[in-house]
Design a protein around this ligand. Structure first.
Ligand code: MG
Length: 206
């Protein structure tokens, strides 16, 4: 079932490296534990909204991600019980100022500009996130083409892991990392994230 976004999240938690193909592309080792970081709620935009290219940024990247929307408060949840806390799934574009990410050594500035967190087009409540196709397009050209079967950590594992660190609240968003094929964007470019069983999230850079 497609549901609209009715409530703002309290927090947006993202996973840094969660696809085997992306780890290989970046020549990084498979992590033993998830690397997580946060984006501010002020970065959120919806399907069709504009992504603002900040002044002075040398490289701005798209990252197609499957995001989970939390249904009810979750603290110290087991992997087995994690699915009971999921409202549904949506597409998320983890917009990243790649030059700042490298320069700063940590990711807050690079990932947190206003408009750097497009989500949508809706919340799909009936989806099995295992083995689904995830793609991104830039100006209609296919850039990322992977499958959640390449996940290093499952959705249920991530919910359990994060709930042991911070209490998850209804509407909170967990984004599950991006596959291989990331790349830069220019002003005027149009991005599209497509996830099987959910739909398409489209935004333009201005
Ligand atoms: Mg990402």
């Amino acid at each position: 079932m497609k549901r609209p976004f009715l409530k703002l999240p309290e927090k947006i938690i993202l996973v840094g490296l969660n696809y085997k193909d992306h780890a290989k592309e970046m020549e990084m080792e498979i992590p033993a534990e998830p690397i997580i970081f946060l984006k501010p709620v002020s970065a959120l935009i919806r399907n069709g909204d504009k992504i603002i290219y900040p002044e002075g940024i040398k490289r701005l990247d798209y990252e197609a991600e499957l995001a989970v929307v939390i249904k009810r408060q979750a603290k110290d949840v087991s992997v087995e019980a994690a699915k009971n806390y999921i409202l549904g799934y949506t597409c998320l574009n983890d917009i990243t100022a790649r030059d700042l990410q490298k320069k700063d050594g940590q990711w807050t500035r690079a990932k947190s500009f206003d408009s750097f967190c497009p989500v949508g087009p809706h919340i799909e409540t009936e989806l099995d996130p295992r083995g689904i196709k995830i793609q991104s397009y830039l100006n209609g050209r296919l850039k990322q083409d992977s499958n959640t079967s390449n996940f290093i950590f499952s959705v249920d594992f991530l919910i359990s892991f994060i709930s042991k660190i911070m209490t998850l609240k209804p509407a909170d968003i967990i984004s599950t990392g991006t596959p291989a094929g990331i790349g830069p964007m220019q002003k005027g470019d149009k991005t599209k994230i497509v996830i099987e069983g959910i739909g398409a999230l489209e935004n333009q850079i201005v």
